[in-house]
Design a protein around this ligand. Structure first.
Ligand code: GLN
Length: 250
């Protein structure tokens, strides 16, 4: 039986707007394909995880306060996490976690939260506390040789700069900065995005991309995933898309 091992970082501090749902979706879609899923959790005070023993590392969003508390803990694993990225362990990072993998996050008060600096983008919060990128968002992504629309929800004050390989092009909503054209950061084995929602429940194609990328790396062969019945997900997506984007522009 094939097996995928997932590490969930700081589940008690980084979990907003159903971020954990992403792991539930991955687990459901893998178990339907007879793939065993192991989800381990790590948070402050737990023994050091063996990052390289995982196929996927996941972390969700969190408020500035949580980010500043856990940044110190996270930074002690800088080398191990860098190595995992180098060895192409899959990273799925939402919002607050996305920001912490960059150089730094500068909060509303000007306080700097150092990031892992694994990628060279950086994030600075809008100095006006009342101004945040909040609401539904739709982006267009090219993933796994396909183009698809990804639907989510964003809520961040942070404005991310220095992205050269975005996750997607904004069709509706804000993105990396207010009224931006770009959203997130992407490498074939890294999806770092502001999209909560949870991302993978609303976008099963992205979930399957994550699964097949993890399997291909682990088992060193390209595998076709059994097609699942996504009729309900597709109906839901259609409804959401007509709400956000005029039909003629879809
Ligand atoms: N604290 C960050 C911001 O407001 C991240 C928020 C989040 O993870 N939703 O930019």
């Amino acid at each position: 039986m094939k097996e995928i091992r997932i590490l969930y970082l700081y589940p008690d501090m980084l979990e907003l707007y159903g971020d954990y749902g992403n792991l539930q979706v991955l687990k459901y879609r893998m178990e339907k394909r007879d793939i065993q899923v192991i989800i381990d959790r790590y948070s402050i005070g737990d023994p050091k995880p063996d990052f390289l023993s995982y196929d996927l590392i996941f972390a969700g969003g969190g408020a500035d306060n949580e980010q500043s508390i856990l940044a110190k803990d996270l930074l002690q694993y800088e080398e191990e996490i860098k190595e995992a990225v180098r060895q192409k362990v899959f990273f799925l990072l939402i919002c607050g976690a996305y920001q912490l993998f960059g150089k730094y996050y500068k909060g509303v008060e000007g306080n700097i939260i150092p990031g892992l600096a694994i990628f060279d983008y950086y994030t600075e919060a809008s100095t006006d506390r009342t101004k945040r990128c909040i609401g539904n968002i739709v982006i267009e992504v090219n993933i796994g040789e396909k183009q698809t629309k990804v639907i989510g929800f964003e809520n961040h004050g942070g404005q991310t700069h220095g992205i050269t390989t975005p996750f997607g092009k904004v069709l509706f909503g804000n993105g990396n900065q207010f009224k931006d054209t770009q959203e997130g950061f992407f490498l074939p084995h890294v999806i770092a995005t502001y999209l909560h929602g949870p991302l993978l429940a609303k976008n099963p194609e992205i979930a399957d991309y994550v699964i097949s990328t993890c399997l291909t790396r682990k088992y060193e062969e390209k595998m076709d995933l059994l097609k699942l019945d996504d009729e309900l997900e597709e109906k839901c997506r259609k409804q959401l898309l007509v709400r956000f984007i005029p039909v003629e522009k879809q």
